[in-house]
Design a protein around this ligand. Structure first.
Ligand SMILES: C[S@@+](CC[C@H](N)C(=O)[O-])C[C@H]1O[C@@H](n2cnc3c(N)ncnc32)[C@H](O)[C@@H]1O
Length: 396
């Protein structure tokens, strides 16, 4: 079992992106989840050294920063971080020496899972699992399903799934003759000489990947399409266990194809909205700022193709009948992934309120007696519908 690259030598662009998403998500997540008063645990299952050799923080220091901040604000909170690391536990401990409420477990994630799954663990806790291995060999789908079955107060997962590496490995195991693009060769992908197709079924949560690769071999799918079909199959299966699943493809500029997928699973619409917005912001920022750099998510044409119809058209397509704004946003994210933020959808509705969209609010008035224009579905009940066709001439 080995990786060929030195992951911790310097923080590369794709690591910066996933860390940005983790960083931006954890602050609001902890602020919200700890209001329940229940114990909260962040588990970084493949923690690494804590800091890259170039001095940049890795996921443990990012997580520790958020735990320290929430404890500083409310010292009585029971919020802790758990870091599991097989190889670099000593360096990790040194890097976390001054961080409060952080525990480093030296050992294998697979062993620790038994403890998470054991009946001795307090089910009243909220857990956020960050799962960031080198390759996919530790990503046993059944483990996630079983974790969900434990019935914690709440459970959210952010998984780095190297879909490209998985399919490349799958081609090798199935002895497919069609050449896999050389960009799919990843220095950080851990290879395992003992791997089998049956083991890959366990990682994927089924053997559907074999059909996808058979189509790739037959030439009915290219590698890019095979990757898209595979992640769709994977997220469908996760949706059997979590209410909401959303993912972001992390791409390498020179290839225009995903390097890996960051997959988020939750049962909470607030978590979905927050993460979908963060994922959207991450790829917009990189698109805008790093056009000349090495990391690339979508070029302008691809972006427009992905965004497709106007936002208003996308909203209208979901409005066969009036619907609660919160449920409308859920539908839109389910259908269009991270193509737009929740803020963009709300703005689009508000801009055409009274011409294209009807918006009913309860309460209808603000505390000062003025008509409410709120689009905050957490404070006001908001029902969105379409204005009947007869009234459309009002439209520009
Ligand atoms: C991709 S790195 C994690 C990087 C980290 N999330 C960060 O942002 O700095 C994967 C880490 O998992 C560790 N590792 C690999 N297999 C493991 C296992 N079975 N159990 C625990 N840790 C493992 C490796 O030593 C490595 O430090």
């Amino acid at each position: 079992m080995a990786v060929r690259g030195n992951f911790f030598e310097e923080k590369r662009d794709w690591s910066k992106l996933k860390d940005q998403i983790l960083d931006h998500y954890l602050g609001p997540y902890l602020a919200k989840i700890t209001t329940s008063g229940r114990p909260t645990r962040i588990a970084d299952c493949f923690a690494g050294k804590g800091r890259f050799d170039d001095g940049q923080p890795g996921s443990p220091l990012i997580i520790a920063k958020h735990v320290a901040a929430i404890i500083a604000r409310t010292p009585a909170l029971d919020a802790k971080a758990i870091f599991i690391e097989q190889k670099y536990a000593a360096e990790l401990r040194a890097n976390l020496a001054s961080a409060p409420n952080c525990e480093v477990i030296e050992g294998e994630y697979e062993q620790c899972l038994h403890w998470f799954l054991s009946s001795r663990l307090d089910r009243g806790r909220s857990y956020f699992f960050y799962v960031d291995p080198y390759g996919v060999k530790s990503l046993d789908f059944d483990h996630f399903a079983r974790l969900k079955e434990v019935g914690f107060q709440s459970l959210e997962m952010l998984i780095n799934f190297n879909t490209t590496g998985f399919l490349r490995e799958g081609c090798r195991l199935l002895k497919l003759a069609r050449a896999v693009p050389d960009w799919a060769d990843d220095l950080d992908y851990e290879t395992d000489g003992k791997n089998t197709s049956a083991r890959m079924d366990e990682v994927a949560g089924g053997d559907y990947w074999q059909t996808i690769l058979a189509d790739f071999q037959a030439g009915t799918l290219d590698f890019h399409q095979a990757e898209e079909k595979f992640i769709a199959g994977y997220t469908d299966r996760l949706r059997n266990h979590f209410t909401y699943v959303v993912n972001i493809p992390i791409k390498d500029r020179s290839r225009h194809l995903p390097k890996y997928r960051l997959v988020f699973a939750t049962d909470y619409h607030d978590g979905l909205f927050l993460m979908a917005d963060e994922m959207h912001a991450a790829w917009r920022k990189l698109l805008d700022q790093e056009r000349g750099g090495q990391l690339y998510l979508f070029d302008a044409t691809e972006l427009e193709a992905l965004r497709g119809a106007t936002i208003q058209d996308k909203v209208i397509a979901e409005l066969e009948a009036p619907i609660d704004l919160r449920d409308l946003l859920i539908r839109l994210i389910r259908k269009h992934g991270i193509a737009h933020t929740t803020g963009e959808y709300k703005k689009a509705i508000k801009e055409r309120e009274g011409t294209m969209f009807s918006v009913a609010r309860d309460p209808a008035k603000t505390p000062t007696g003025r008509p409410s224009l709120s689009m905050d579905h957490n404070k006001v009940r908001i029902i969105v519908g379409t204005i009947p066709q007869a009234r459309l001439p009002l439209q520009q």
